[in-house]
Design a protein around this ligand. Sequence first.
Ligand SMILES: Nc1ncnc2c1ncn2[C@@H]1O[C@H](COP(=O)(O)OP(=O)(O)OP(=O)(O)O)[C@@H](O)[C@H]1O
Ligand SMILES: [Mg+2]
Length: 316
Amino acid sequence: MSDTIVQIQALTKVYEGKQRVTALDGVDLEVKQGEIFGLLGPNGAGKTTTIGICTTRTLPTSGQVKIAGIDVVGHPAQARRLIGVVPQYNTLDRSLTIFENIYFHCRYFGFSHALAKARSEELLEQFLLSERSKALPSQLSGGLAQRVQIARAIAHRPTVLFLDEPSAGLDPQSRIAMWTAVQGLRKDGITVVLTTHYMEEADELSDRVAVVDHGKLLALGTPQELKDAYGAQTIIHLKLRQAEGGEAVAQEMRQLKGVENAEVTGEGLRVFAGNVDGLLPAIIQTSSRLGLRDISITEPSLETVFIHLTGRDLRE
Ligand SMILES: Nc1ncnc2c1ncn2[C@@H]1O[C@H](COP(=O)(O)OP(=O)(O)OP(=O)(O)O)[C@@H](O)[C@H]1O
Ligand SMILES: [Mg+2]
């Protein structure tokens, strides 16, 4: 047995409709036993499609996904026993209490009444939800509802848990509580695959990160490896009043000492600098003739890796 839990090979997905959309365009990935693996990409990158295929909800157009050696298309029922899913949107049953949501999930996976009850109580305790066991999902904050979704998703003791945008819409405090809950899964030996828009989240939680955009894998490595390889640059964002002449100014910027690249954006310019020492006055002076409206700086981080790779801000 290898220690590969998720094996994605040459995966493609084309949605046929009024418009053909290539959501995945030949993705290869392996997630190892015990890893917390981050899929980082902007809107429409193909993250949910990847998770949908891995969790048997979406059929691939070509290529293959194996979960602990089981082909998800060939043996979906078998694969589903190995998988837990927290989808991008809340799917708790609103007519059931928190306890019942977890209890019936266990029953669905073949637990006896006694085992399902014991497992539900154990999870409510583990996720600090015991006091709310009789509450309905509508009575919970977003952060608590998300914790219930995670508890329910691991109730049948899956090998791997897929979390699609686990902190979308959560306030910062709930997000940190969710991170703690996910990190706590390590001690149960559960492998985790999560998608995110948040740099700090990918950085904080993931052992390895795959950067995806337009259905393609752009980079893969530990957060540190990615920063070392692509992100050792500070990015200076300039908002300019005048768009015309941007390319000429970018050209001048590239000549400045410390500047590695400069490119025109929708709002003005983006300057990639290896060394910003003493550079800002020159940048401000060079851009002033196009009417400098605003300047902001992104320090080297996974975010600069992302901008470097995709030419886009995640938040755009
Ligand atoms: N059921 C569908 N039918 C047609 N096109 C789809 C469908 N689902 C997704 N798409 C398209 O496929 C592409 C990838 O979508 P996907 O939802 O996988 O991206 P994502 O990375 O999860 O995005 P987000 O960050 O917005 O959740 C997008 O262009 C999307 O519009
Ligand atoms: Mg999505």
